[in-house]
Design a protein around this ligand. Structure first.
Ligand SMILES: C[C@](O)(CO)[C@H](O)COP(=O)(O)OP(=O)(O)OC[C@H]1O[C@@H](n2ccc(N)nc2=O)[C@H](O)[C@@H]1O
Ligand SMILES: Nc1ncnc2c1ncn2[C@@H]1O[C@H](COP(=O)(O)OP(=O)(O)OP(=O)(O)O)[C@@H](O)[C@H]1O
Length: 285
């Protein structure tokens, strides 16, 4: 039997770093949503006791360093299935981009083996297992517009999806290390977006109110180290985006546009500066 799972990119509409915890991780408050740009995983049961990952992306690890491997391994240890699994990963999302590609792949692997072997694991159970692998995985397991707190482990789905719009994702040609960003920031000097305001705007389906409050505490640090990120954001606004904000620890910047024609214009204009430009839609969930 073959199971197909989609692994959509996540975006941070708001990301607030509250404080550094004693364990070194940072307490966060975020509004997250998903867009219709996805990796694809095909999972097959195999008779030998192996976890085999094959991918069209030549740069990704296919051993236990891959988040997919770790997700299947922890499900195997917890639920004790005896067969092995082969995963074919079609990688469409840019890597180390701030779009949670590795986390979304891991979430798809959790869902996939759960279905493949009828394990009956709940989303809550898989979310608990997933945190040590990556703090964005609990959100990716739920996959609907949500308030995410703690280190990423507490997910409260909103009762409405983010208001529908067009999104232009632009990934400058640099890779940003999330651990490095978190180790370098001075929490006292960060800006703090109003996450509650974004939350209420989405619950009221008020697009104009939502875009006023987009913000990311990590943006100033990443922009200082990589000025191209600031340049991209400014260009998006200059070319008429309704709003723009960096996702995660960067470097991808997302531009929101209510009108498709405006989004097409922003995307085409940005192609003059960056190779990786994606015109996507919000997922209606
Ligand atoms: C910043 C976000 O993109 C927001 O969506 C994610 O929380 C980052 O997720 P990620 O890239 O999958 O990163 P993870 O593997 O979870 O964490 C990488 C490293 O970032 C730091 N980290 C991460 C999450 C968090 N709440 N506090 C932290 O300090 C830790 O040093 C951790 O070892
Ligand atoms: N399945 C996977 N897909 C992508 N990267 C993976 C995967 N498994 C392991 N990795 C490793 O994880 C690192 C970060 O990749 P990823 O694409 O998840 O980052 P990201 O988009 O910055 O995530 P975030 O938004 O959560 O910060 C890469 O250096 C990569 O080698």
């Amino acid at each position: 039997m073959e199971i197909i799972e989609k692994a959509p990119a996540k975006i941070n509409l708001g990301l607030d770093v509250l404080y550094k915890r004693d364990d070194g991780y940072h307490e966060l408050e975020m509004i997250m949503a998903s867009v219709d740009l996805s990796d694809r995983l095909i999972l097959t049961a195999i008779p030998t006791d192996d976890i085999i990952i094959k991918t069209d992306n030549g740069f990704l690890p296919v051993d236990r360093k891959n988040n997919i491997y770790q997700a299947i391994d922890i499900m195997k240890k917890t639920y004790g299935f005896t067969q092995g699994v082969e995963v074919n990963l079609k990688k469409n999302l840019p890597v180390a981009a701030g779009l949670g590609g590795g986390s979304s792949d891991a979430a798809a692997a959790f869902r996939g083996v759960n279905r493949l072997f009828n394990l009956g694991a709940t989303l809550e159970e898989m979310a608990k297992l997933s945190v040590p692998i990556g703090t964005d995985i609990p959100y990716c397991l739920y996959g609907q517009t949500a308030l995410v707190t703690g280190v990423g482990d507490r997910v409260t789905p909103l009762s409405h999806p983010m208001p529908q719009c067009w999104i232009v994702l632009v990934k400058p040609k640099i890779s940003v290390s999330t651990p490095r960003v978190f180790s370098k920031i001075q929490v006292d000097s960060l800006s703090h977006p109003n996450i509650k305001a974004i939350y209420h705007a989405i619950e009221n389906q008020d697009y104009q109110e939502m875009i006023q409050h987009l913000g990311n505490s990590l943006e100033s640090y990443t922009m200082e180290v990589f000025p191209i990120v600031k340049y991209v954001k400014n260009k998006m606004l200059e070319f008429g985006a309704d709003a723009a904000v960096m996702s995660g620890s960067g470097p991808t910047v997302l531009a929101l546009c209510k009108k498709r024609s405006r989004a097409v214009h922003v995307a085409n204009a940005l192609k003059g500066f960056c190779d990786e430009v994606y015109l996507v839609r919000t997922l209606n969930r």
